[in-house]
Design a protein around this ligand. Structure first.
Ligand SMILES: NC(=O)c1ccc[n+]([C@@H]2O[C@H](COP(=O)([O-])OP(=O)(O)OC[C@H]3O[C@@H](n4cnc5c(N)ncnc54)[C@H](O)[C@@H]3O)[C@@H](O)[C@H]2O)c1
Length: 382
């Protein structure tokens, strides 16, 4: 398997490392924000090398794939340099800060057609999300009338919760939408094949001033810190909550609500897809079940059991029924899709993974949402 290097040592860096290891991918080393962070992470995860600079990663001929898990404002530069150095790239979402950045990356990826340019929409790789796609594509629920759902978390509920995502210059103009709404919009597009043609959005910042600790806090770690810390009060412009109505290109409708201030909702992507013959519902807090709704007979619950699944859903399921699989497994399966594809060597085949183009398209939706909310009106998607 192609050797990989991981950039970033926060929440995502070690998550990528763990999934790569479970798949048997050799990891050349890791790069943190400074040499000490690289060394700490390499020691903790028993990795062979602590890189001291990004250039050192790019100069290492053993590195074939670069995993970018740094804050959003660094993705453009790091992804661009990796492609130019001839490396495959797996870049965390969102792909960039705006469509100017993501369109540059799409163009660069096109100039390097034999390099994988992957954006990390891993939620696609929950087995029951893949099965939902199989069901919609089979025609079993008929024409899609509407999609309802969203993505809910509570880790930014209090004004003492802090993360770089809150700052527009580091995370992007939209936060809840860019961070978790991007996953939901990609997921629905992936499952249904529908494109958004216009939308109307509302956003809200419920916590307009936050207490920023004077020392760095890793993602989700703020909730675990109970000792008082020194802080500065900082005004927040990025949204805690958003709700969007979509028009799809088949005439169907969609509604998405996202929130990072929903007490009790730790990490909950959820969707219901209602069609002319039936419906399917999936709740990411109970990811092993898919509800297939029917008007004329009893509803059916399909379990995550490879013997009950079809196509890609079966291929990307790692364990027998009754054996839990969840969020970390989606990383492993995304990487399996990428490595299988690269190793097969036929670059003319459709990509089984989310590409930079997918990342760009979702970024365009995020920008349209920001514009719609600001101008308080419906906007056609370009
Ligand atoms: N796919 C998912 O489900 C998912 C989940 C969480 C985060 N993410 C994405 O992953 C990325 C990172 O998020 P996170 O939650 O891990 O953040 P984090 O703050 O926990 O980690 C970011 C890491 O990058 C390091 N870093 C900063 N500048 C660097 C540089 N120049 N070189 C090397 N390392 C540097 C930081 O020190 C930190 O260790 C973001 O783009 C985020 O949107 C995706």
């Amino acid at each position: 398997m192609l050797s990989s290097a991981v950039i970033g040592t926060g929440f995502m860096g070690p998550t990528h490392v763990e999934a790569l290891r479970r798949l048997g991918v050799p990891i050349t080393g890791i790069l943190g924000i400074d040499p000490a962070a690289s060394a700490d992470a390499a020691r903790q995860m028993n990795l062979p090398r602590a890189y001291t600079s990004y250039q050192e990663v790019l100069d290492d001929p053993n590195v074939r794939i670069v995993h970018i898990t740094t804050p959003n404002h660094l993705h453009l530069d790091q992804a661009r340099r990796a492609l130019l150095a001839g490396k495959h790239v797996i870049c965390e979402k969102p792909l960039g800060m705006n469509t100017l950045e993501t369109s540059e990356l799409v163009a660069l990826a096109k100039e390097h057609p034999n390099l994988a340019a992957v954006v990390h929409f891993n939620i696609r790789f929950y087995p029951m999300a893949l099965q939902a796609r199989e069901i919609v594509r089979s025609g079993a629920i008929g024409e899609v009338y509407h999609v309802t759902g969203g993505y809910f978390q509570d880790w930014l509920l209090y004004d003492t919760d802090w993360n770089w995502r809150l700052v527009e210059g580091e995370g992007g103009r939209l936060r809840a939408v860019g961070d978790i709404g991007s996953h939901w919009m990609d997921l629905v597009r992936f499952i249904t094949g529908l494109e958004v043609v216009s939308l109307c959005a509302d956003v809200k910042t419920f916590v307009p001033v936050r207490k920023k600790p004077r020392q760095a806090v890793a993602t989700f770690k703020g909730k675990e810190q109970d000792a008082p810390v020194e802080y500065d009060e900082v005004p927040i412009r990025t949204e805690d909550w958003a709700s969007v109505v979509f028009h799809y290109n088949n005439g169907g409708r969609g509604t998405m609500t996202v929130s990072q201030v929903d007490a009790g909702r730790k990490n909950r992507p959820i969707f219901e897809i209602a069609g002319s013959k039936g419906s399917i519902t999936w709740d990411g807090e109970n990811p092993a079940e898919l509800l297939v709704g029917s008007r004329d007979r009893g509803n059916e619950v399909i379990q995550k059991d490879p013997s009950l699944l079809t196509g890609a859903a079966r291929y990307f399921t790692g364990y027998p029924g009754g054996h839990a699989e969840g969020y970390p497994d989606t990383f492993k399966m995304l990487y399996r899709a990428v490595h299988d594809y690269i190793e097969a060597g036929d670059w003319s085949k459709p990509k089984p993974y989310p590409t930079f183009e997918d990342g760009h398209l979702i970024q365009a939706l995020c920008e349209t949402i920001a514009q719609s909310a600001q101008e308080r009106r419906w906007i056609d998607v370009k």
